[in-house]
Each structure stands twice: as C-alpha cells, then as structure tokens.
Design a protein. Structure first.
Length: 56
C-alpha cells in the first residue's frame, strides 16, 4: 500500500472538526493521586538503559 500525504484541508476538516491543539490535560489525574506520566524523553532514556543491561 502506498501512503500519500494529505493536508488538513484535503482530509475534510469541516466533516470532523478537531482542535489544532488537542493535548490531553492530565491535571485531574494528578489531583486524584496518580503519578505524573514521564516525558517521552525520560521513557526513551529508561528504555535504552534497559536495552544496554540486556546486552551485557
């Protein structure tokens, strides 16, 4: 299958309007005692360290 790039206008923004900034607000999770999610950078760093340990 060939993947073809499509702009927002071509995809049909009017058919399914979505906000341009739709990041998840995690404040309610923190207010209810959940630990904040790690940043993707932290997750990648931990994953790389785990890979290094597995290859010893």
């Amino acid at each position: 299958t060939k993947v073809v790039p499509v702009t927002t206008a071509e995809y049909g923004l009017a058919k399914a309007a979505r906000p341009f900034n739709s990041r998840l607000d995690k404040s309610k999770l923190i207010e209810n005692g959940f630990q904040p999610l790690p940043t993707w950078q932290d997750a990648v760093e931990r994953y790389v360290k785990e890979l290094d340990l597995d290859n010893l």
